[in-house]
Every structure is written in structure tokens, then in C-alpha cells.
Design a binder for this molecule. Structure first.
Ligand code: TYD
Ligand code: MG
Length: 458
């Protein structure tokens, strides 16, 4: 087939006839590369033919006349994964699983084969490992189902032939970056290859009603190669994240056509694979030392669940030069903003101090409801007086030092009470009309200064 040269952006797939330093599509620099693309087929003739034959079927329908088949969901055997998917794997859906190399994507997908293999036929396609290697891993994970077919292959056409032959209910493609279509001239892993391979798999999956998992590695910047190109094609995008040094792993949905994207699944990596964590709060608070200063407990909402986490702060005198401010697990800018609020509104002097913030356990929190906890941790580290060990802090802090209301306060408090906490400092306005468990004290306050004065008195 005749090929021509085009320039394609590695980030977003933007096409240009000439080289450009900056991509007009996504604004990234130096991402446009020369690519050979097979000449596109003339499709207008076929299109008009299709139109002629299907004109009646293609007429718009009234919404009331549209017939729907109810979605069938499979139980994957991992409750945490089912929850993230919105209640199980939907028949015929396409799911992209992204994450750093070595985080456990292959382990997760191989592990669900055991339960799903009881009723469904599964084809596991690996472009990274040999069949022998996969079998070894499967044995270690206790996957013994006879309904699992393995193939080590990277050629898309061959794989589609196998799918036609085996007729599986579920296909796992590990990973999309290794897949190669011969009719596309660029290298495996490049945007055109990744996009066209996904496209081909999507057509097969939709035509045959196969549920398909596609593994995608994440680039240095933290995005799946050609992220915008793939994300709109698939039904769900899941990210598997966590610190590789720690055993804690979080599965997060960033797109889900069949459920909410707020849910997370929590796993622990052990010798025999991934273990589900029913009570992440307990695990995150394990090993907490209640006698030291600079530690405050917060409750962040992760989907429908409250997750308790420990915010640690270390305020130390600056050795020389500018004071350093670092945060791990929280947004860096949010931390700087809170430090500024403490300095201006609560009159804390941090101008000669380094401030380090860490969320224990490798958790990442994106919620502003933990602001008050961050402020409390900084305040106690500076005064070097530990906080009451059974107290938690909830509230968003505004630039005026005021405490803003938070959602789902009742759920957060009940999660804290379940784990044995006895009191909470919360925004006063959020307390209206909520039920506080017996034996639990919720102190409503209006400003961050009020909290600091309260802690001084304790
Ligand atoms: P893997 O699933 O191969 O990662 P990915 O497919 O995302 O690249 O995970 C590999 C890591 O998991 C590796 O560092 C070893 C660890 N691991 C365990 O700790 N226990 C196990 O039972 C397995 C299978 C892997
Ligand atoms: Mg892998």
C-alpha cells in the first residue's frame, strides 16, 4: 500500500502536514514526530452504498421508541474491582487499565480470571511475556481454571483471528503498547499504532459482544500514551496507582459509561497477588504514633466511602536561604496557600521555617475538606505539642482564614466514630441537621484561628 509522511503529536494525535515545535492540538512542545501512514482508503463510495441500503434503519427515533437490552454484568470475584466498574463487568464493554509499569496491572487481570473462568471463556493475550511465564504467575496466584486461553502475540490481525477461533467472552490485551498492525508503518507504541490497534480491537469486541480489558502503560508525565486518543474510544478508563515501594494500591475510575467515577478500589500487594482491603482506614492508620507532634487525622471521601488518613507535618528552622515547602500526597500549591493563610490570618510565623507535609501510607488526597487537618498538623508541629489522639479535623479553609462547609459530614463522622475516634473539629455551618453518634463530640468553629486557639487551650 502507498504510504505518505505526516507529522503526528505523540500526546494527543494531532496531525499536521509539516513539522511544528508546538502542537496546536494540546499545546505540548516537541511532541510532533514524523510518521509514515498508509494511504487512507477511499471510503466515500462505500459510505453512500451503506446509506442507500440502511436508510430506513437509520432514521432518528423518538426516545420512547428506542428498545434497550438490559446490561448484563459479570462478577469479577474482586469486590473492589466490581465497585469501581459500577457493580461488575458489563458485557461487551471496553476497559482501559492504565498504570506505571510493575504496579500490578497484569496481576490484577490474571487474578480475576479464576472467578470469571467458572462461567466464561477468557483469552489472555500478552505481548510482553511468554505463555510459560504467564502460566507460572497464574499458578502462584492460584488461577487454575480450565477456561483460560493464553497466547503470546503482538500482531493485531493474528490476535483477531484467534478471537474468531476461540470465541471468548472476555479478552485481556496486555499491553496495547506492544501491539502492532502491519498496515501502519510506524513503530509499536507510537500514537498511530496504539490508536489503530485499539480501533481494531474495539470493532471486534463490539461486533462479538466481548468484554475487553486493554492494559496501557503510563508515560513519564503520568498519562497513557496518546491518552486523548484512547480515552474517547473506550467505555471505562481505570488507573491503577500507588507507591511501588509500599504495598498499598488504589484502582480509580476516571471515566465510566456504566457508573460513577468517584469510586476507588483498595488493594494490598502480597506474596500471593493482590488482596482486597475492606477497611482502608484501619490500614492507613496502622503504626500511627500518637505521642508525637505534627500528626493530624482527617477523613477524605473517596467515592461513597470515607477514608481516614494521617496528615504529617514537620516544621523545622530553615538552615540557610529560602524556606523549603514540600508536600507528598497533597497538591503542592494548596499546601503553599494554606501556609500563607496560617501566616496572615492566624499570625503564625513560618517565614524562617521549612515545612514538609506527608500523607501517611502513600495515599493521594485531592479533596479540600482536609485543609483543616493540614493546618492542624502544621500548627502542632510548630508548637511541638501533640494533638489529642482521638480527634479528627474536617473543613475547607478559605483565603480569609474562614472555614467553609464540607459535603457528607455525617458519613465522615460516622467512619471516624467506627474506628474509635471521640471528637471532631468541623465547620459550624455543616453541623446543622446532622446526626452525631453517641459519645462523640463535634465542635463547630468558624475560622482556622479559632481552631488554633482551641488547640492551645487543650
Ligand atoms: P505486574 O502485574 O507484572 O505489573 P504490571 O503488569 O502493571 O507491569 O506486577 C509486578 C509486581 O508485582 C512485581 O514488582 C512483583 C509484584 N508481585 C507480588 O508482589 N506478588 C505477586 O504475587 C505477583 C504476581 C507480583
Ligand atoms: Mg504487565
Amino acid at each position: 500500500m502507498k504510504s505518505k509522511t505526516t507529522y503526528i503529536c505523540n500526546e494527543c494525535g494531532y496531525k499536521s502536514p509539516k513539522w511544528l515545535g508546538k502542537c496546536p492540538g494540546c499545546g505540548s512542545w516537541n511532541t510532533i514526530e514524523e510518521t509514515l501512514v498508509a494511504a487512507e482508503k477511499k471510503t466515500s463510495a462505500t459510505k453512500s452504498l451503506v446509506r442507500e441500503n440502511t436508510v430506513s434503519a437509520r432514521m432518528p427515533k423518538k426516545i420512547g421508541d428506542v428498545k434497550i437490552g438490559y446490561e448484563t454484568r459479570y462478577n469479577t470475584g474482586l469486590k473492589e474491582l466490581d465497585r469501581v466498574l459500577g457493580g461488575g463487568l458489563v458485557e461487551g464493554s471496553l476497559i482501559l487499565v492504565g498504570g506505571d509499569p510493575g504496579i500490578g496491572k497484569s496481576t490484577l487481570l490474571l487474578q480475576i480470571c479464576e472467578k470469571m473462568g467458572e462461567e466464561k471463556k477468557i483469552l489472555y493475550v500478552s505481548g510482553e511475556e511468554s505463555e510459560g511465564q504467564i502460566k507460572l504467575r497464574a499458578e502462584r496466584l492460584g488461577v487454575t481454571t480450565g477456561n483460560l486461553y493464553l497466547i503470546s502475540e503482538t500482531d493485531v490481525e493474528m490476535i483477531i483471528e484467534c478471537i474468531n477461533e476461540v470465541k471468548p467472552d472476555i479478552v485481556i490485551i496486555d499491553s496495547i503498547q506492544t501491539m502492532n498492525r502491519e498496515d501502519i508503518a510506524s513503530a509499536a507504541g507510537s500514537v498511530p499504532q496504539v490508536r489503530e490497534a485499539t480501533n481494531a480491537f474495539m470493532h471486534v469486541a463490539k461486533a462479538m459482544g466481548i468484554a475487553m480489558f486493554i492494559v496501557g502503560h503510563v508515560t513519564k508525565e503520568g498519562a497513557i500514551a496518546g491518552p486523548r486518543v484512547l480515552e474517547h474510544m473506550v467505555d471505562c478508563v481505570l488507573y491503577f496507582e500507588g507507591d511501588r515501594q509500599l504495598t498499598f494500591r488504589i484502582l480509580r475510575a476516571v471515566k465510566n459509561r456504566f457508573g460513577s467515577t468517584n469510586e476507588i478500589g483498595v488493594f494490598e500487594m502480597c506474596d500471593s497477588g493482590l488482596r482486597e482491603v475492606d477497611n482502608p482506614s484501619m490500614m492507613l492508620l496502622e503504626g500511627r504514633n500518637t505521642d508525637i507532634s505534627g500528626s493530624a487525622i482527617v477523613c477524605a471521601m473517596e467515592g461513597s466511602r470515607g477514608v481516614m488518613a494521617e496528615i504529617q507535618a514537620l516544621v523545622t528552622p530553615t538552615g540557610f536561604g529560602n524556606p523549603r515547602r514540600m508536600s507528598n500526597g497533597l497538591d503542592q500549591y494548596r499546601t503553599l496557600l494554606l501556609i500563607a493563610v496560617l501566616e496572615k490570618r492566624a499570625r503564625m510565623n513560618l517565614s524562617n521555617s521549612d515545612v514538609y507535609i506527608n500523607v501517611a501510607g502513600g495515599l493521594r488526597i485531592d479533596e479540600t475538606a482536609v485543609d483543616l487537618g493540614v493546618c492542624a498538623a502544621i500548627a502542632t508541629s510548630q508548637s511541638d505539642v501533640p494533638l489529642p489522639p482521638d480527634m479528627i479535623f474536617i473543613g475547607e479553609v478559605g483565603l480569609g482564614g474562614e472555614l467553609r462547609g464540607v459535603s457528607q459530614l455525617e458519613k465522615r463522622i460516622s467512619e471516624a466514630a467506627k474506628l474509635g475516634f471521640k471528637s471532631a473539629i468541623v465547620p459550624k455551618q455543616s453541623l446543622k441537621g446532622i446526626k452525631i453518634p453517641d459519645g462523640f463530640a463535634a465542635y463547630g468553629i468558624r475560622t482556622v484561628t479559632e481552631m488554633i486557639n482551641m488547640l492551645r487551650r487543650k
